[in-house]
Unconditional design. Structure first.
Lengths: 202, 242
């Protein structure tokens, strides 16, 4: 049995190598990433906590199956976020329905967005939780996810490129368009529907 | 929650005996796409070599003898098979590169431009080594319905009524009077009062002739004679100084 103290000082790359030798070390990686990945899943998908935990489990199973595909030239965090992102898209396709924001979880992270200093700086003003809810309800998933990665997960452009498997130039364009769409939606005003649009990942 | 998820995952791995996929499977997939990409680049380059062969071998200056505009003549002369193949190959290059591990890092247009540039450079090199001609001739011999450069040239130069005639020299009386057999098996008496040959014509040599069909049967009055291969002028009308 691997103790927590055995995990703490090991890097992600070392834990991957150890897991390939002994399955027990996988608990270290799971413990290290489960909170972050669950939060990320809920932020981009707005699924219920139960659905998000199911997806989280699938993510970790997939990570384990594909551990030999992990490239040390890439950050492990980018790789696991990529798998999580793809699983959310897969889940949307299986559901084939328009997901809605669930009030309890949405309120918590919408407050986080509302309080985000970088977002305030980039979009020139503070937004209320209700304003953000209304605006995001009208945004495409591809714009919503880059805003989440950039401002909430605090990923840099290279990491976002590795997660979404898009060129860095495209990432920069998406972020600019996301901010523009956010501003435009904020100017159009009025409460919108809580239905989220999404597009298939190309 | 933290312990619960971790325990569920480990339990599932143990119960379902899930194991990591072997490394060779991922490497194989990557190698397959890189190999396919490499093969596509080579095929694209060879296509480009044949396109260059067509461009250089064609006699672009004789279009007006055929009562065609230059634009029409260009459209008739284009090697559509190789252009279409090159377009398909470039699309394949894009798809194959995008499916490699690092393929997502570059924008689509950069991948296509890069493929075009590599095909151009390698294609030009292949053309210089004669591979464009070799491939075109091999396809002409072996591929049904393939309309290669040879057939195209033979068609262009088989219009004696419009002043274009080509064939093999069969009999030489002198440098102004010789017989040729055209590509349809017809025998022509070729006369040219002012032909001056840079080197004496030889029996069995193939030549292209620009001139005029005589009103008498099977006589062609030549103004300019060229090698069948390339554009070297063998003999041309000299201006009358008198």
């Amino acid at each position: 049995m691997v103790e927590n103290k055995d995990c703490l000082e090991k890097t992600d790359g070392e834990l991957v190598a150890l897991t390939l030798r002994s399955q027990d070390y996988y608990t270290c990686l799971v413990s290290r990433y489960e909170a972050k990945i669950l939060r990320y899943i809920m932020r981009i998908s707005s699924f219920s906590k139960e659905d998000a935990e199911d997806i989280l489990q699938e993510v970790f199973i997939k990570v384990y199956r594909n551990l030999n595909d992990f490239d040390q030239g890439l950050k492990f965090s980018s790789w696991i976020y990529r798998i999580a992102h793809n699983e959310v898209i897969s889940h949307y396709r299986k559901m084939k329905s328009r997901p809605t924001l669930v009030t309890t979880e949405a309120d918590k992270w919408l407050k986080t967005i509302a309080g985000n200093d970088d977002l305030e700086k980039d979009l020139d003003r503070k937004f209320t939780t209700q304003e953000i809810r209304n605006i995001l309800s009208k945004m495409d998933l591809k714009y919503k996810e880059v805003l989440v990665l950039r401002y909430l997960e605090e990923k840099d452009y290279r990491e976002i490129s590795d997660i979404l498997e898009k060129p860095m130039g495209t990432v920069a364009t998406l972020i600019n368009r996301a901010k523009k769409q956010f501003r435009e939606e904020s100017k159009s005003g009025g409460p919108g529907n809580l239905n989220l649009n999404y597009e298939r990942k190309i | 929650m933290a312990t619960n998820i971790s325990d569920k995952v480990i339990e599932k791995i143990r119960v379902e005996k899930i194991t990591p996929k072997p490394r060779w499977q991922f490497r194989l997939k990557n190698y397959v796409f890189w190999t396919a990409f490499g093969a596509s680049i080579i095929v694209g380059s060879l296509s480009f070599a044949v396109i260059l062969h067509t461009a250089f071998e064609n006699d672009w200056d004789v279009y007006h003898y055929l009562d065609k505009s230059l634009i029409t003549y260009i459209f008739v002369s284009l090697p559509y098979f190789w252009i279409a193949l090159l377009a398909i190959i470039l699309a394949a290059d894009y798809y194959e590169y995008k499916h490699t591990k690092s393929g997502y890092r570059y924008r689509g247009y950069l991948i296509v431009l890069g493929s075009v540039a590599i095909s151009f450079v390698l294609g030009a090199g292949s053309f210089y080594l004669g591979m464009g001609k070799m491939i075109d001739e091999a396809f002409s011999r072996q591929v049904p319905y393939y309309h290669g450069m040879i057939q195209h040239k033979k068609e262009i130069w088989s219009h004696p009524e419009q002043g274009l005639l080509a064939g093999k020299i069969k009999r030489i009386i002198d440098e102004k009077d010789f017989d040729i057999e055209d590509f349809n098996g017809g025998i022509w008496e070729v006369r040219g009062n002012n032909i001056i040959w840079h080197e004496m014509p030889k029996i069995e040599e193939e030549v292209k002739l620009i001139g005029e069909k005589s009103s008498s049967c099977c006589i062609f009055l030549v103004k300019e004679a060229r090698s069948w291969i390339g554009k070297e002028i063998k003999g041309e009308e000299e201006e009358d100084d008198d």
